[in-house]
Design a protein around this ligand. Structure first.
Ligand code: DAH
Length: 344
């Protein structure tokens, strides 16, 4: 038995020594070692089971020796384990070295696209005037985009807005005026809303056209609303948007869903009205269409035109952006070239 224990000890020491190198398998080998030499089914345990067959005198001596061997193996195992974990930590630290002297990565702060920036500016002005902002669908029924706005099928006004049809009944809205109908169907006066959003027309792309662009629609309906309210509202808006000395002028026009209708110009904010390149020598810049909501449009939405009246207006955001920043080609707004966009 004594020889067996000595042999076992020698074997264990030899094996544990070979463990003291660092590699990926080492933790697994350590576990195997522990099971093999110190586990319940280890050779040591089976040798100890043979103790019973020894003489009374021999038993304590062999017991002492077996315990010795066991604690030495345990100690060697413990040391090996500690060494391995130190080696592993060192390897990990080595692999994860950070060079704190390297220059940092510079993340340039982004900012709003000029179209979004101008849209927010318009929204802020109208919120200040007590308006609410509403959203409407971009994929729209023919009824909301045309028919309910006094543009029935076959009406020539349909031809002026080249339309993307999904089917004969559904289209991509050509104007945010469609939102007027949704609002009036769902809300009783007083109504005071603006609705910004994308609109679509089957136009070829050039310096002043795009198949997708942005509009802001405005609608006010209440008792006793007059053309004077429309003019006052647009004047306040224009002064906030283009400068406090801005003047506005109404030119008679026709829109099927307003009566009377007007095109509205602002005095040129580049030359103050004297005439320059921006206003093409006119002194005025057209910014929107507007008018008093047609009684038939009110009626169709269940609002009595004898009791209520209203005004509406619609403006193109790109047009305002282009005039404001003196951009002569609309395509620049959609190319997302940082060299262009970072100027604003
Ligand atoms: N929807 C018109 C367009 O796209 C603009 C417009 C004109 C809107 C007059 C209005 C309005 O609300 O009253 O050309």
């Amino acid at each position: 038995m004594k020889e067996k224990l000595h042999a076992l000890y020698a074997k264990a020491m030899e094996e544990v020594a070979s463990l003291n190198t660092s590699d990926e398998q080492i933790s697994k080998s350590l576990e195997d070692f522990k099971v093999k030499y110190l586990g319940k089914k280890s050779e040591l345990v089976s040798i100890m089971k043979e103790m019973g067959s020894l003489s009374k005198e021999e038993r304590p001596i062999m017991g002492q020796l077996a315990n010795d061997v066991r604690s030495k193996i345990e100690k060697a195992y413990g040391e090996a384990k500690e060494k391995v974990s130190k080696l592993e930590l060192a390897a990990k630290l080595q692999a994860e070295t950070i060079d704190v002297t390297l220059p940092g990565k510079c993340i340039a702060p982004g900012k709003a696209h000029p179209i979004s920036a101008v849209q927010s500016e318009i929204e802020d002005i109208f919120i200040g005037l007590g308006f609410e902002i509403v959203d409407g669908p971009e994929v729209e029924y023919d009824y909301y985009n045309f028919t309910a706005l006094n543009i029935p099928p076959e009406h020539p006004a349909r031809d002026t807005q080249d339309t993307f049809y999904i089917n004969s009944n559904v289209l991509l809205r050509t104007q945010t005026s469609s939102v007027q109908i949704h609002v009036m169907e769902n809300k009783k006066p007083p109504i005071r809303v603006i609705s910004p959003g994308r609109v679509y027309r089957s136009d070829a792309i050039d310096a002043t056209h795009s198949p997708m662009f942005h509009q802001v629609e405005g609608l006010v309906v209440d008792k006793g609303i007059t053309m004077g309210d429309l003019k006052g509202t647009l004047e306040l808006f224009s002064q906030n948007m283009f400068g406090e000395n801005t003047k506005i002028r109404f030119r008679p026009h026709h829109f099927p869903f307003t009566e009377p209708s007007a095109e509205v110009d602002v005095s040129c904010f580049a030359c103050g009205g004297k005439g320059c390149r921006l206003c093409k020598g006119e002194g005025w810049i057209e910014i929107l269409g507007a008018g008093m909501v047609h009684p038939d449009v009110l009626k169709r939405c269940g609002i009595d035109p004898e009791e209520y009246s209203g005004f509406a207006f619609g403006m193109g955001i790109e047009r305002i952006v282009m005039k404001k920043y003196n951009i002569d080609d609309m395509r620049l707004l959609y190319e997302n070239d940082i060299r262009f966009l970072s100027q604003f």
